[in-house]
Design a protein around this ligand. Structure first.
Ligand code: NDP
Length: 473
């Protein structure tokens, strides 16, 4: 990183700040986007006038933007020139953006949580939500539900008094959302509908106290359709594990942390007049750096998805060669287990049965972690089932090899083994199928790679670069 008089200074104020993950995210984004910014944590004590002095000093020093963390998220509001209305509704600010007259306060936690829920195919709009917790994070999550138009929201918290205060606030700001407080009891659990989106916002289960769950009454699990836990360390809390074992899809809060940071970074870049969209691949690179920082260097499983002719096999070979790891093919795994070829499975048991086997294999992959780094190439039609699209990113990093119809037709010229493309008008048929499937691939993908005009080795290097994986020396 080169630092000179043009470098934008960004940072975090909080107490404590020793264990913050924000520098990893923001400095990785800066590196990927080539934006010449540097992000540093600043320890600003809770006592005395430190906070006001710090904000005034940051302004005088020309600091472009700051994140704000505990315990200053509410107190900082009195030191600002203005507060964004959404942040005012939450009553907390986590991002400061410099203007001529002083800093303006925003709250990007809502955007971060909202985006990560969307990534998992969930949206509070029109939903029944079980909000677990009533602290600062629960307040942001409750406001997200109000902003998005959740139908009904139940607050379950250890302290009923605190739950009541949050409920009063949400009723006042979002009168259309029916908000109630419930207790940790079988009777109250029984009153919930069966399709709740559960958002766990307490610190119960956070490392090192990882066995703790936020409520005692097991009956609550029967009413959850999707479970989101804001905690990301450990990767799977006891609450999420209990959900998973009951077949409920789950997600942890690492994505929220990432996306609230990306939203803050966008605000800072906009404020400096730089037209630097924080693109998907920069976010994915920051996600990989963040995962490595939180969970250590893990074994990674890369799931390659894409249309016929997108290069899943050739890129898979190049990638496994560069990483020195195993390459597996889902169709071969299914055929080996069934003791017959895919064609025989289709002919004898039908496509539905094949798709069931495919979903079953994905469920197994999603439930276990990779033994070592591995590359798995999936069948072209795997994204047709909604369940598979949700499972793919859970299995590992799902990489969509994107190809245009013209390029796919060129690569498949002379290949007469694909029944879907048999006969004349191949390119038109590819174009139609691609148009039908593009949104489905996008939904299932963590990373998108444009493959047109590139050879497999180049594409494989692009993937290892984005995921920050090192090849074998
Ligand atoms: P607060 O201190 O404001 O609130 C803590 C909440 O946890 C309260 O509801 C409290 O209940 C509850 N709680 C604490 N201990 C227990 C326990 N043993 N059993 C049941 N409930 C308990 O913290 P925040 O709201 O700021 O943060 C909560 C969690 O969310 C933290 O783990 C934090 O790391 C995480 N978080 C994650 C973010 C992300 O980006 N992924 C962003 C922000 C927060 P009571 O009211 O009864 O005390």
């Amino acid at each position: 990183m080169r630092i000179d008089g043009h470098t934008l200074v960004l940072g975090l104020i909080g107490d404590p700040v020793e264990h913050t993950l924000s520098p990893v995210i923001h400095n990785t984004l800066a590196e990927c986007l080539d934006t010449d910014s540097a992000y540093l944590p600043f320890h600003v004590r809770q006592e005395g006038t430190d906070l006001e002095d710090a904000v005034r000093g940051a302004c005088a020093l020309g600091i472009t933007g700051l994140n704000v963390t505990v315990p200053h998220k509410s107190a900082v509001m009195r030191c600002l020139q203005a507060v964004d209305p959404a942040a005012a509704r939450i009553g907390a600010v986590n991002t400061l953006v410099r203007t001529e007259g002083g800093f303006i306060g925003y709250n990007t936690d809502i955007a971060g949580l909202g985006r990560d829920l969307t990534e998992h195919g969930e949206d509070p709009a029109g939903r029944n939500v079980l909000l677990i917790g009533a602290g600062g994070a629960a307040r942001a999550a409750g406001c997200l539900c109000g902003e998005r138009g959740a139908e009904r929201l139940w607050i379950l918290n250890r302290s009923a008094q605190r739950a009541g205060q949050l409920a009063d606030h949400l009723r006042e700001v979002y009168p259309d959302m029916e908000t109630a407080v419930i207790s940790d009891s079988a009777e109250d659990a029984a009153g919930l509908p069966g399709d709740c989106l559960a958002i766990q916002c307490t610190s119960a289960g956070m490392s090192p106290d990882t066995e703790r769950v936020p409520f005692r009454e097991e009956a609550f699990y029967d009413h959850i359709r999707f479970a989101y836990d804001l905690i990301y360390n450990p990767a799977e809390t006891a609450f999420l594990k209990n959900c998973r074992l009951r077949g409920i899809p789950t997600a942890n809060g690492l994505g929220m942390l990432l996306y609230q940071a990306a939203a803050a970074y966008s605000l800072w870049m906009e404020s400096t007049g730089r037209d630097v969209p924080v693109d998907e691949n920069a976010i994915r690179t920051a996600a990989a750096a963040l995962r490595e920082q939180v969970y250590g260097k893990e074994a990674v499983r890369i799931m390659l998805i894409g249309f016929m002719g997108s290069g899943k096999t050739s890129v898979g070979r190049a990638l496994s060669g560069q990483l020195g790891c195993a390459l597996k093919d889902m169709d071969s795994m299914i055929a080996d287990r069934a003791g017959k070829s895919i064609r025989q499975i289709f002919d004898e048991e039908g496509e539905q049965h094949f798709r069931d086997l495919e979903t079953g294999l994905l469920e197994e992959l999603a439930a276990g972690s990779a033994a070592g780094t591995e590359v798995i190439s999936a069948g072209g039609g795997i994204i047709l089932r909604k369940a598979n699209r949700l499972l793919l990113p859970e299995c590992g990093v799902s990489v969509w090899l994107k190809v245009s119809a013209a390029e796919a037709a060129g690569r498949l010229a002379g290949d007469e083994t694909r029944p879907l493309l048999a006969g004349a008008g191949k390119e038109d048929r590819i174009r139609r199928l691609l148009t039908e499937r593009e949104a489905l691939y996008r939904e299932a993908a963590d990373v998108v790679i444009d493959t047109d005009g590139k050879d497999p080795e180049t594409i494989a290097r692009e993937i290892t670069g984005i995921l920050r994986l090192k090849g074998e020396d």
